[in-house]
Design a protein around this ligand. Structure first.
Ligand SMILES: Cc1ncc(COP(=O)(O)O)c(C=O)c1O
Length: 480
């Protein structure tokens, strides 16, 4: 079999987290169960080459015999194949892994893995209005590396209105906020550099930091929001080259950093001279009856801030339009980076988004109202079906960050598929795993699905709790 990739012993140990049940004497059974869950939840894709037994034994601090016994169990399950002298790989077992046989894209599966709303209604009208403007563009070359001037003008005006005077030369239109982060990382970070992040944080941001061969340095969030003392200490001691923070309706917790917090954060960044990418993707998702617009971090930390915005959550992810707001000098340097990647964003989508920014704000108001309704419905459903899960009802954003009574997030997520829900465990929101007591539950789906999903998750949680009781009987985790 060809290897899809290779997982190092250290990484596998991180992914496994707390694989050993408290007080268990069945190390091989537990280790096999841990690896099995990683395979079932897709974090060890089929074809992945496993590390040599000796290295894995050292990384997870057990005997090589125990690792060999765990692999033997996995081979018996058909989840691992080995060839003498060549090593072991993750395999897809023959036959269905789950009783229900549910797969990705199955209409009976509720997708709780993405916290992304569908398009707002104004898209069609904006597309119709953008079309004649596109026709007027057709005689030109269509390459706007920095972004269409009309869109940059509108985006700049919005920052000025929010309290950060901005000109169109301080805006770079991107293909989404994620693209903006990737470009900022290319510009500002080199291999081995540290990047300060929140923990939990947006999982794809962790991937982007890794893709830049940089090291994510997490600062844990508290129940109240940011541990600014921790941020200050990390800026001092770890000397990160860059910080990446989501201060407006943080994904996944929904927290917003208040004005004194912004001032304190800005002062710390200034002292350390650390630039920061502030992810503003969720900025428009203020679900309070009276939204409170706070000044952007750039109003306090000046040129150290690169704000990454997006049309994705406010209007529609399918537009793939976002932007970076930075000093004109940084925008120029980003442009040089961009030329090594792509040569601008699609013109029609830029014109369409410019129309949306000028459109009646009623659609956005309605989007917020509907999301608030869904948030409250999900909160009620979780209280009903999962009464021992706790969460804070966030003022904004797209998800409830739920605390579980046991460190069983990954197990519940793995088993939930079999109850017809795809959900992302808390461990995905941290660079080295952990956060096993947390699950992110998005409230972007219609209310009926939200209630159904909470019910299904409660069944998955019960199944996991029962599995823990029965795991010693046959050494396998029944995924029913
Ligand atoms: C915090 C955060 N940043 C970035 C993104 C990606 O944004 P875009 O679709 O604009 O690339 C998301 C989308 O889920 C997000 O939640």
């Amino acid at each position: 079999m060809n290897a899809a990739g290779r997982v190092s012993a250290r990484r596998l140990a991180q992914l496994l987290g707390r694989w050993r049940r408290h007080g268990s004497r069945q190390g091989a059974v537990d280790l096999a169960a841990g690896i099995r869950l990683l395979v079932l939840d897709g974090r060890l894709p089929a074809g992945t080459a496993l590390p040599p037994e000796r290295e894995l034994a050292t990384a997870v601090d057990v005997s090589r015999t125990m690792v060999a016994a765990a692999l033997e169990r996995l081979r018996a399950d058909g989840l691992v194949v080995s060839r003498r002298g060549a090593g072991s790989w993750v395999a897809v077992p023959d036959g269905p892994v789950t009783d229900h046989g549910l797969t990705d894209g199955d209409p009976h599966v509720i997708d709780f893995a993405r916290a992304v709303p569908s398009a707002i209604p104004g898209i069609e009208a904006a597309a119709a209005a953008a079309l004649p403007r596109l026709v007027a563009e057709l005689g030109g070359h269509g390459y706007y590396e920095q972004g269409h001037p009309d869109l940059r003008e509108r985006l700049a005006r919005r920052y000025t209105e929010r309290g950060l005077p901005t000109g169109p030369d301080e805006i770079l239109v991107t293909n989404g906020a994620h693209h903006g982060l990737a470009m900022a990382l290319r510009l500002l970070v080199g291999p081995g550099d540290r990047v300060l992040i929140e923990q939990p944080t947006y999982p794809n941001a962790i991937e982007a930091v890794r893709a830049a061969h940089a090291l994510p340095v997490p600062v844990a969030m508290t129940d109240e929001g940011w541990d600014l003392e921790g941020v200050e200490a990390t800026l001092r001691q770890a000397a990160p080259r860059l910080a990446y923070l989501i201060i407006d309706f943080h994904n996944p917790t929904g927290h917003q950093l208040d004005v004194p917090g912004r001032e304190r954060l800005a002062a710390a960044l200034r002292r350390a001279r650390t630039p920061v990418v502030v992810d503003e993707t969720q900025l428009e998702l203020d679900l309070r009856a009276e939204p409170v617009a706070l000044p952007p971090l750039g109003a306090f930390a000046g040129d150290l801030v690169l704000a990454a915005g997006s049309a994705g959550k406010s209007h529609w992810g399918g537009l793939r339009i976002g932007w970076l707001r930075a000093s004109a000098e940084v925008v120029n340097r980003l442009l040089a980076v961009r030329r090594g990647l792509d040569l601008g964003s699609p013109v029609l989508e830029q014109l369409l988004f410019a129309e949306l920014l000028d459109a009646d704000p009623a659609d956005l108001v309605e989007r917020r109202r509907e999301l608030a309704r869904r948030r409250d419905a999900l909160a009620d459903a979780v209280r009903h079906w999962c009464p021992d899960w706790t969460f804070r009802v966030p003022d904004g954003g797209l998800s409830l960050w739920c605390r579980l009574p046991e460190p069983s997030g990954t197990r519940i997520a793995a088993v939930a598929q079999n109850f017809g829900v795809r959900v992302v465990p808390g461990s995905f929101f941290a660079p080295a795993g952990g956060l096993e007591r947390w699950l992110r539950l998005p409230y972007t789906l219609p209310v009926a699905d939200l209630a159904d999903a909470a019910h299904r998750l409660s069944l998955a949680a019960v199944s996991v709790a029962e599995t823990r009781a029965s795991i010693t009987d046959n050494g396998l985790i029944p995924v029913t």
